[in-house]
Design a protein around this ligand. Structure first.
Ligand code: DGT
Ligand code: CA
Ligand code: CA
Length: 575
């Protein structure tokens, strides 16, 4: 699959174009095509064999299709090569700094010749930046903080991307010599980002060597870092480290437990074992008095049970109280994929989504849903083709008609902007016509904590609002959260019975696991929305479920588990 690689080319074009005077809609179109390509379920090189088919994919079109084919046949896109000639490569790094938009980057480059992060940092510290128009003390301070943020968030992979890599590796690698194979580490715990990928496997006796041989020769391998009998490490072409360990069958559970982590969970577990005169390692559980032969370790269950603990699902293993809960038999019964009956946040082609409502409904049926909520952007958000009021009424009418003979029920929603002054982007008499309203901040990120928090609170005080979308605004590896007091938001969410969203888009995951747990503990309900802009992105629901599970959420905590009738009733309570 070369989807990711191609998507990157188009993201790059969009980024570089943002430094020119190109029309913002055109830039957005490149970004959009990158998103679409990235989330296509089939391999782009296969689809591209039929140019018309490729061009007919919503969000792609003729001109992008030509560039896709150009890249697949020549390895280059002329348009991108021209842009690269115009701007040095370090500039892209500058663009990734939160608080530094294209306009400022361009100014830094043209006026001071700054083309990489180190020079920028040096100039900022020396007080040179202040000489530029529009670079006040506060801005320079923000830039320095942004640089720090970029350097700590470097290199950790989105869970979604890491899982795709693992799936590809396992699909290619699985063979009759391998009895069992499991990704472990942070990936198995479904942590939002993954540092490196750890895989364990168990082979038929005598096949260890050939299995290792095959691993270091997989097609994803770029470099072999180590090639041993029981452990090898490689880096992939996308520069991710993958470790494979071969484990004997009779201690497989102990190794799986150990290498799943987290480190803090393991340390706590070992302390508990010591109190019972036991020790635990990746080779099994031993009596302190006899460390030669393990008393168990074949399965993970055995290890928890010998410590008198209920089995702890990997997502909870962060030492956030799960060991105590397992001892008291009070672990939550975590929400599962099969509990999900709908998605609360999908964009259609009424605004900046790629698909028609009908296509969304058909996809929802495949996912086994009872209902979907179509939320397009509101009128002020022009770059995302927000709907003006007449268009919104047209959408409401279309959905009414479609619902008459649709198996999957459609709710007409909107993702309504919370304007800079806290007003909502549609008046109440329009909001009341909608089945579901999520309110979100898309502008004024630089405001003070008090202002932003107050904006969200005023949105919650509007009785037509059901949920707050991506409540902190963070973009993983890209942009920290805006200044928002989440404790206060949770307090008001409880008071006003407004839900908070777990936005399942891989770079958002917002609320995150920790805040989701906090919200649940304070009696707030959560809605999981994929924020899909293309039907294939409706699959991001899994990412939202992982956050929910890591946040200790059960079926009853999440609105997506309601049947259509329950949901309608629940939503009407708010009004
Ligand atoms: P990552 O890769 O940064 O996303 O995080 P993990 O959790 O995958 O960590 P990694 O790859 O360094 O190690 C994999 C697992 O091995 C980890 O979750 C728990 C176990 N482990 C690693 N180092 C230690 C250690 O020093 N003590 C204990 N008890 N376990 C460790
Ligand atoms: Ca790892
Ligand atoms: Ca590792």
């Amino acid at each position: 699959m070369r989807n990711k690689e191609l998507a990157e080319q188009f993201y790059l074009i969009a980024q570089l174009l943002s430094l020119t005077d190109e029309n913002p809609f055109k830039i957005r179109a490149y970004e959009k095509s990158a998103q679409v390509i990235e989330s296509l379920p089939e391999a782009i090189e296969e689809i591209a064999k039929d140019k018309e088919k490729l061009a007919s994919i919503p969000g792609i079109g003729k001109s992008i299709a030509e560039k896709v084919i150009e890249y697949l046949t020549t390895g280059k896109i002329q348009r991108l090569e021209e842009l690269k000639k115009k701007f040095p490569s370090g500039i892209l790094e500058l663009l990734s700094i939160p608080g530094l938009g294209p306009k400022r980057v361009k100014l830094l480059y043209e006026k001071l010749g700054i083309k990489d992060v180190n020079t920028l940092k040096e100039f900022a510290q020396k007080g040179v930046l202040n000489t530029l128009p529009g670079f006040g003390e506060k801005i320079v301070q923000n830039i320095l903080e942004g640089i720090k943020f970029v350097s700590i968030s470097e290199k950790r992979l989105f869970l979604f991307d890491a899982m795709k890599i693992v799936d590809e590796i396992i699909a290619e690698f699985k063979n009759k010599n391998i009895i069992q194979i499991d990704p472990c580490g942070s990936l198995r715990r479904r942590k939002e980002t993954v540092g490196d990928i750890d895989i364990l496997c168990c082979t038929l006796a005598g096949k260890e060597k050939s299995v290792m041989e095959q691993f270091v020769n997989l097609s994803v391998v770029e470099k072999v870092l180590a090639h041993g009998e029981t452990k090898s490490s490689i880096t992939t072409k996308s520069n991710v480290q993958v470790d494979l360990r071969i484990i004997p069958k009779d201690v497989y559970g102990a190794a799986l437990q150990y290498f799943t982590g987290s480190k803090q969970h393991n340390i706590h577990l070992r302390e508990l074992a010591n109190k019972k005169n036991l020790t635990i390692s990746e080779y099994g559980v031993f009596k302190i008095t006899n460390k030669t032969k393990p008393i168990c370790g074949k399965t993970e269950q055995e290890i928890y049970s010998i410590l008198n603990l209920d089995y702890i699902p990997p997502e909870l293993r962060e030492d956030r109280g799960e060991i105590e809960a397992a001892a008291n038999h009070t672990l939550p019964k975590l929400i599962e994929r099969k509990d999900i009956k709908g998605d609360t946040h999908i964009h259609s082609n009424y605004s900046d989504g790629a698909n028609t409502i009908k296509e969304i409904v058909d996809y929802a049926e495949q996912l086994g849903y009872e209902w979907v909520i179509i939320c397009d952007h509101s009128q002020s958000l022009k770059v995302a083709a927000g709907l003006d009021i007449p268009m919104l009424y047209k959408k409401i009418e279309e959905i009414k008609k479609m619902n008459k003979n649709s198996k999957v029920k459609i709710l007409c929603g909107a993702e309504v902007d919370i304007l800079s002054d806290g007003r909502l982007d549609y008046p109440d008499d329009v909001l009341k016509e909608l089945d579901f309203v999520i309110a979100a901040i898309h502008t004024g990120f630089k405001q003070s904590e008090e202002q932003i928090t107050q904006r969200i609170i005023s949105a919650m005080e509007n009785k037509f609002v059901h949920s707050i979308s991506h409540p902190t605004g963070r973009l993983i590896n890209k942009r920290p959260a805006y200044n928002v007091n989440v404790q206060k938001i949770v307090e008001y969410a409880k008071k006003t019975a407004v839900m908070l969203e777990i936005n399942a888009f891989p770079e958002r995951l917002d609320l995150d696991d920790v805040y989701s747990k906090y919200a649940k503990e304070h009696g707030v309900k959560l809605s999981i929305g994929t924020d899909a802009h293309h039907v294939s992105q409706m699959e991001y629901i899994d990412q939202g479920i992982y956050v929910a599970r890591r946040g200790w959420l059960e079926k009853k905590d999440v609105v997506n588990t309601m049947s259509y009738a329950e949901l309608k009733k629940f939503l009407s309570l708010r009004r």
